[in-house]
Design a protein around this ligand. Sequence first.
Ligand code: ADP
Ligand code: ADP
Length: 228
Amino acid sequence: MIEMKNLYMTYPNGVVALNGINVTIEQGEFVYIVGPSGAGKSTFTKMLFREALPTEGSVFVNNKDIRKLKWKEVPYFRRNIGVVYQDFRLLPKLSVYENIAFALEVIEETPKNIRNRVMSVLDQVGLKNKARFIPDELSGGEQQRVAIARAMVNRPGLLIADEPTGNLDPETSWEIMAILEEINASGTTILMATHSKEIVNTVKKRVIAMEDGMIVRDEHRGEYGYEA
Ligand code: ADP
Ligand code: ADP
C-alpha cells in the first residue's frame, strides 16, 4: 500500500531531511519507525499524507502517486489516512463528541448515522461515557484515545502515529499500544514513529531505523537498537 522509490526531500532552508529512501509497506503491516531526533521520521510520515512534497523520487499510497494528486483530490485522498500526534491536537473548546464528529466526512449522512459512527469509535477506545467532556477534563491517555477515535472515524486504511506515547506514562502507553494493536488486527496498516525502546522491544513488529534521512535498518520483528 506504501511504496517510496529513490525519495529525497530537502526543506526550503536547505536541510536534507530524506536522503534516498526506498521502502515498501504492505496493507495490514504494523511498522515502527525509530531513530534519533532529526533522523527524518516525521518528514517520512508527512510524505504519506502529502503534508510535504518530495524534492525527488516517488511516493505511492494505495497506488496513488502523491505528486500527481490534484489539489482538489487531496482532501479525498487524506480521508483514507488517520494521523495521531504526541500532543493529541484536539480542539480545546469542543467536546469529545464534537472533536470526532467534526472530522467525520459527512456525505449525505443522516444525523442518526453520524451519531452511530461517533459513538461506535468512542466505544472502540473505551470512552463512550465521556462524549460530553472537553479535552481539559480528560487525562492524557484519554485525550490520546479521543485523538485515535477521531483518526479512525472515517475508517482509514492507514493510521500514522507520530510518537503517540511520547507524553504518556508507561502504564497509559501500554493502553494506547493495546488499542493500536486492536486497530491493526482489524486490517488497518499502522506506522508508528517512536522513541520507546521498551515498547519496540516488547511488542515485536517490523522496525525501520532511520539516521540522517536514510533507512539504516529494516527488520521483521526487530529491536529498538538505540540508547534510550
Ligand atoms: P525526526 O522526526 O526524526 O526528529 P524530522 O523529520 O522532524 O526528524 O527532521 C529531519 C530534519 O529536517 C531535521 O534536521 C530537522 O531539523 C529538519 N526539519 C524538519 N522540519 C523542518 C522544516 N519545516 N523546515 C526546515 N527543516 C526542517
Ligand atoms: P491522570 O491521573 O492520568 O493525570 P486526571 O487526574 O487528569 O488523570 O484524570 C482522572 C480522571 O478524572 C479522568 O477520568 C478524567 O476524565 C477525570 N477528570 C479530570 N479532570 C476533570 C474535570 N475537570 N472535570 C471532570 N472530570 C475530570
